[in-house]
Design a protein around this ligand. Structure first.
Ligand code: C2O
Ligand code: CU
Length: 466
């Protein structure tokens, strides 16, 4: 893994971002870089809990102005150059990872592996052309449990001019907060829970609000983009009071839109649905979480005005993204075993080790942010096909996320529905699944559980594509 000096800047990263090949079949228009969108990581105070204002929240704002709300939705266009300048006004190093975007490795935001730390007062320029349209998200890859836990997680919309147009769009950033009395942050995790399913927050929010209510025209078709970006929680999402169809999962269109019944969405995953609003003014569609014994409301959409009388049956699939299909006849098989591991103390690190290891991939527990370079799980040959044989040998679910490459789930002992290609697979307890990919993006690509306590206590590794 290349080690970078802490304070080296990638000079001319604008040129880099444009020049990097994005892999076979990915046509990126590398035009002149636009002016960067300034993304300022900063502290804020906001009322999240009912009983007090929460200090020391972390958020992103656009430009220099203070921002005390949910990080902005970043809009990009498929195949077009996008530029952002991360400015760090926190009191610790940070970076931005563009979750699900298949962009150049130097733009991937993993400190010490793909870029230097961005220290307080410093900045870093990201430039890339996202090859796929859809719903994605952005977050730091440094001291991640604390930084995402305190607010640094925003939604990305990559638009495709060929996408069908709906009557309205609602974007939902789902997350919890670990707040105690008076809205103050409490310990981000409990070691006992980190060694199990993860530590849950105490306050559930949607766009940093508790059970927000939106409005949309009666009888209209509303595209709802849902990003499940809590550090721990797996949602089981269903809709009451209206019908909806699923049109994309983890950014990628489903081949045939299907009715939303109940769908699991794990940390890091996204779901795009089209809701057909009720006919009459004042009626509501209620999106809820049905995991666990007590269902609760994620968001409510209230119908307003006269019915637009749209028909959900008429919706066409979204245009597919240009993700290469693996050649299964030549693909090399790579086993990936997820296990619990003997607990030992982990070394402190600049990016916030949690101090323990509980988990391992192929018996190697790596918290992913120690300066000790570990060897890649496997070196992948650029352009070649691979099948990852992932075995979850634990009684817990793990949303396993791979950077820089998308993969297709081929089979599983636990599921019959196979979703479109993805960057994150929610492995169920004891699930064994085979996923296929083409290693068409060069660089060091991290793979880890997106239950951040699992990631940071050993369930992390990386592939080197050369
Ligand atoms: Cu969503 Cu390694 O990240
Ligand atoms: Cu996990």
């Amino acid at each position: 893994m290349p080690m970078l000096n802490r304070r080296t800047f990638l000079q001319g990263s604008a040129a880099l971002g444009g020049a990097f090949a994005l892999g076979a079949g990915v046509a990126a228009r590398a035009g002149a870089s636009p002016d960067p969108q300034v993304l300022t990581a900063q502290f804020a105070e906001a009322r999240i809990a009912a009983d007090g204002v929460t200090p020391k929240i972390m958020t992103y704002g656009l430009g220099d102005a203070p921002h005390a709300n949910v990080p902005p939705v970043l809009r990009m266009r498929k195949g077009e150059t996008y530029a952002a300048r991360l400015v760090n006004r926190l009191d610790e190093p940070t970076t931005v990872h563009w979750h699900g975007l298949r962009i150049a490795n130097a733009m991937d935001g993993v400190p010490e592996m793909t870029q230097p730390y961005v220290y307080p007062g410093d900045s870093f320029d990201y430039v890339f052309a996202p090859p796929d349209a859809g719903t994605f998200w952005y977050h730091p890859h440094c001291n991640t449990l604390t930084q995402i836990g305190r607010g640094l997680a925003g939604v990305i919309v990559v638009e495709n001019p060929d996408d069908p147009v709906f009557d309205a769009e609602i974007i939902l950033n789902l997350r919890d907060w670990r707040l105690g009395a008076g809205g103050k942050f409490i310990d981000p995790f409990k070691p006992r829970d980190a060694a199990r399913g993860g530590t849950y927050g105490t306050v559930r929010t949607t766009n940093w609000q508790r059970e927000p209510v939106f409005e949309a025209p009666a009888g209209s078709l509303v595209r709802v983009r849902i990003a499940a970006i809590d550090v721990t929680r797996i949602y089981t999402i269903a809709l009451e009071g209206a019908a909806a169809k699923v049109i994309a999962l983890d950014g990628n269109p489903v081949e045939v839109p299907f009715p939303l019944d109940r769908l699991d969405v794990g940390p890091g995953q996204r779901m795009d649905i089209v809701v057909r609003m009720p006919e009459a003014e004042g009626q509501t569609a209620r999106l809820g979480n049905y995991r666990g014994s007590q269902p609760w409301t994620i968001a409510t959409i209230r119908a307003v005005g006269a019915s637009l009388k749209r028909d959900l049956r008429g919706i066409a699939p979204l245009p597919a993204n240009p993700i290469a299909e693996a050649d299964l006849s030549t693909a090399k098989r790579i086993p990936l075993e997820l296990t619990a591991t003997a607990e030992h103390k982990a070394a402190p690190s600049i990016c916030g080790s949690l101090g323990y290891t509980f988990w391992a991939i192929n018996k190697v527990p790596w918290p992913g942010d120690t300066p000790d370079p570990i060897t890649p799980i496997e070196e992948l040959k650029l352009g070649k096909s691979y099948v990852l044989q992932i075995s979850n040998r634990t009684p817990h679910a793990h949303p396993i996320h791979l950077h820089g490459l998308s993969f297709r789930i081929l089979n599983s002992n636990k599921r019959s529905f196979l979703p479109p290609p993805t960057d994150t697979i929610l492995l169920l307890p004891d699930e064994q699944a085979e996923v296929a990919l083409v290693a068409d993006n060069p660089g060091d690509w991290v793979i880890h559980c997106h239950i951040i306590e699992h990631q940071k206590t050993g369930m992390t590794g990386y592939f080197k594509v050369v």
